[in-house]
Design a protein around this ligand. Structure first.
Ligand code: GTP
Length: 355
């Protein structure tokens, strides 16, 4: 039996960071990873440093909606390749859900597939909750509440940024009294903590206990997504000037406000085109950008940016980027011409309220 660990948590809660860290631990070396993302451009497989043989990116749709059957098929296909010796004999599989996934239909899908039940068993469902943004996510998004309710353990992340977690912990206890809560910073969960079988709610090993718990939290219902959610992707061959990237992110936050839930990307900067830069924003707060060691796929050095938002006009992010790039190019042309005339931000100022 291959143990399956489901790692969930709202957009930007730190799933990829935590997983990337654990995969460097000896106890986690023999781990296969299935990553599901909400959006047509998958990035997490590039951000999590796992073996490419046993890392599967499932970006055919949201795991709890359209891609439910795909998960069982993906796990079985990977397992068949393991049995045939085509991939390393991994000892467990981690399924990293998208930040918008309702875990209940995913658990149903895992339980309902007879072939999967013969070869795989659910070990744990861990939900990550961001100590900075988690309270707002619980307020606004049913997905975040369902993730917290369905987990058998909860990880409070980013406690280095928000050390006082008492109110959030109390809130989580009211949603899910049985799940232990671990508060960590920078994904530093002890390696063993996630490898013990979940004991809350009677444990997942017992399908009846799982079914009872899903019923208790309304898990038999269809997935509940916040209305109007969409992922918007931008891909660029030409490197992006740092000033244009900064103005673009600033402009998005200014115009989209609370409608912007998540922005992440791998960027080829004009000033350093050899090194990929990872950028992240959660809600309207940007995290510090981080250089990656290498490009995820040799030969593909394009910038890829994905935004997840509610009601953001589909073409607005690409048009804004084109406009700030043109402005930055014009600015550097003027500078090179020696006039010293400065125009940064002019476009953003003009477009206030445009989204
Ligand atoms: N300061 C701090 N930053 C963190 C921590 N965990 C994650 N981050 C940052 O938060 C941002 C989002 O982290 P990810 O690991 O990509 O979050 P995620 O849950 O995988 O995001 P999605 O897959 O888009 O839902 C990145 O900029 C991380 O560097 C933490 O404990 N402390």
């Amino acid at each position: 039996m291959i143990p399956v660990l489901v790692l969930t948590g709202f957009l930007g809660a730190g799933k990829t960071t935590l997983l990337g860290r654990l995969l460097h631990e000896p106890a986690w070396a023999d781990t296969a990873v299935v990553v599901n993302e909400f959006g047509e451009v998958a990035l997490d497989h590039a951000l999590v440093a796992a073996s490419e043989d046993t890392l599967v990116s499932l970006s055919t749709g949201c795991l709890c909606c359209a891609a439910r059957g795909d998960l069982a098929e993906t796990l079985l296909d990977l397992w068949r390749r393991r049995e045939a010796g085509a991939v390393p004999r991994y000892a467990r599989v981690v399924v990293e859900t998208s930040g918008l996934a309702d875990p209940a239909p995913i658990l149903h899908a895992l339980m309902a597939d007879a072939a999967l039940a013969e070869t795989h068993s659910l070990l744990t469902v861990a939900a990550l909750v961001d100590a900075v943004h988690g309270g707002a996510a619980l307020d606004r998004h049913p997905e975040a509440r369902r993730q917290a309710m369905l987990a058998d353990r909860l990880v409070l992340t980013k406690t280095d940024l928000a050390p006082d977690t008492a109110a959030l912990e109390a809130r989580l206890r009211s949603l899910n009294p049985a799940a232990p809560i671990l508060a960590v910073g920078h994904g530093s969960v002890p390696p063993d903590w996630l490898l013990a079988p979940g004991a809350a709610h009677g444990g997942w090993a017992d399908p009846d206990a799982l079914a009872a718990w899903l019923d208790a939290v309304g898990g038999s219902a269809a997935p509940r997504h916040s209305p109007g959610l969409a992922a918007i992707a931008i891909e660029r061959d030409a490197p992006i000037p740092a000033a244009a990237l900064a103005l673009w992110m600033e402009g998005l936050v200014e115009h989209a406000g609370r409608r912007l839930l998540r922005l992440k990307g791998i960027v080829r900067l004009a000033e350093a085109p050899e090194r990929p830069l990872a950028v992240h924003a959660i809600g309207h707060v940007a995290h510090p950008p981080r250089w990656l060691d290498r490009w995820p796929a040799e030969g593909n050095r394009r910038s890829r940016l994905v935004l997840i938002g509610q009601g953001i006009p589909r073409h607005f992010p690409a048009r804004l980027l084109a406009a700030v790039e043109a402005e930055v190019a014009e600015e550097s042309g003027v500078r090179a011409g020696g006039s010293g005339h400065s125009t940064p931000g002019r476009y953003l100022g003009r477009r206030r309220g445009a989204a």
